[in-house]
Ligand binder design. Structure first.
Ligand SMILES: *Cc1c(COP(=O)(O)O)cnc(C)c1O
Length: 376
């Protein structure tokens, strides 16, 4: 007989993704928390008003929080989550951030800096000693790992310890790795941010964000930012994001295996200067030989790979990142970021290399073949 005082063994992430955030196993309870469309609630309970809480958010938050090892606060978008975290930086203080980051985050940092609210120091996140030194006097160390789209990997425990030694808060955008491949809170990071739009939702039909923290003071501060700022998710999107999260482990396992196989097959391809892959996850950055024009030609010549921004969907997408003016000038003009989906690896490889071979055989390209977007 099981001793009832023995704690149950910790569940594996694959199980947590399925069992967390469910109604009780009781007669007539639905298996899933439904979409709660409610602007207000009868007084005296937990939810009070639709901007403060919603059971459909809670089901999502309980599940993602359990996977990351903290408490989760859902937001309207990834960038709304980024904004809530940057709001924790006191006026006049400094943020240390990687020079290669999601462009929306860089724009948000630059916007705050140009308004005189904060200062920003951009660093090479792989230069651990330099980042640690930059943390002296900083209020926050913010980073992504792997970085977007350079796919550099940061030494999370060492950077976190260094930032804490200088009294700086540490926030990590874990969108690319997901809690299955990396749990920054277990490395001592204070705050984790997600664009749930990407792998967590996984089907290119939802925009949502999340912040996860272990310290109740941080959770309260972030929850206050959501209630004050009003960047709340819709109940339907929270429902869809949780439905996506249920299959994240199997999706990530397959996408990662396909990505690793594509990297192995693409190595040394004559149309490529470089194939970048951090060794985990399902994002690959390739650098097309010849720069912007052949890279633009490539994204227009595939049948399966969809030319689209964003990432983490079941369908494989790709784009030339320097088409965005906010992308760092240190990112090569010919860099195309691939988001590997769930199609068969042989089909993806054949489609991509077919287009690459056409581009390589097409000779010189005119410069006006290059598109430039006015906004991120
Ligand atoms: C997309 C993305 C964001 C922003 O999220 P949205 O849901 O688009 O607002 C933030 N960080 C990273 C790494 C992203 O890829």
């Amino acid at each position: 007989m099981t001793d009832p005082t023995t704690p149950a063994p910790a569940l594996r992430p694959e199980t947590v993704a399925i069992v967390a955030g469910r109604p009780a196993h009781a007669p007539d309870e639905p298996l899933n928390v439904p979409v709660h469309l409610a602007s207000t609630y009868v007084a005296g309970g937990e939810h009070v008003y639709g901007r403060y809480g919603n059971p459909s958010w809670t089901a999502f938050e309980d599940t993602l929080g359990a996977l990351e090892g903290g408490r989760c606060v859902a937001f309207a978008s990834g960038i709304a989550a980024v904004s809530a975290v940057l709001d924790l930086v006191p006026t006049g203080r400094r943020v240390v951030a990687p020079r290669h980051s999601y462009t929306g985050t860089v724009m948000q940092l630059d916007d705050r800096a140009s308004a005189g609210r904060i200062t920003v120091e951009y660093v090479d996140i792989t230069d651990t000693a330099a980042v640690a030194a930059a943390c002296e006097g900083a209020a926050m160390l913010w980073f992504e790992s792997p970085t977007n789209p350079a796919l550099e990997v940061a030494d999370i425990p060492t950077l976190t310890a260094a930032a804490h030694a200088h009294g700086a808060l540490v926030a990590v955008d874990n969108t690319f790795a997901t809690p299955l491949l990396q749990q920054p809170l277990t490395d001592g990071v204070d705050i984790v941010v997600h664009s749930a739009t990407k792998y967590i939702s996984g089907h290119s039909d939802v925009l949502m964000g999340a912040v996860i923290a272990a310290d109740p003071a941080h959770v309260d501060a972030i929850t206050a930012r959501r209630s004050l700022g009003g960047a709340i998710p819709s109940a339907l999107e929270a429902f869809l994001a949780l439905r996506g999260l249920r299959t994240l482990p199997v999706r990530m396992e397959r996408a990662q295996a396909t990505a690793a196989e594509l990297v192995a097959r693409l190595a040394g391809h004559p149309a490529l200067d470089e194939v970048r892959y951090p060794g985990f996850g399902a994002i690959i950055s390739i650098v097309v030989r010849g720069g912007a024009a052949p890279a633009e030609a490539l994204v227009g010549r595939t049948r399966l790979w969809i030319h689209a921004t964003s990432l983490g969907g079941v369908e494989s997408t790709f784009e030339r990142r320097r088409r965005w003016p906010a992308e760092a000038p240190t990112i090569p003009e010919g860099l195309v970021r691939l988001s590997v989906g769930l199609e068969h690896v042989d089909d993806l490889y054949a489609d991509l290399t077919g287009a690459l071979d056409e581009v390589a055989g097409a000779g010189d390209f005119a410069d006006d073949a290059v598109s430039r977007h006015p906004l991120t």
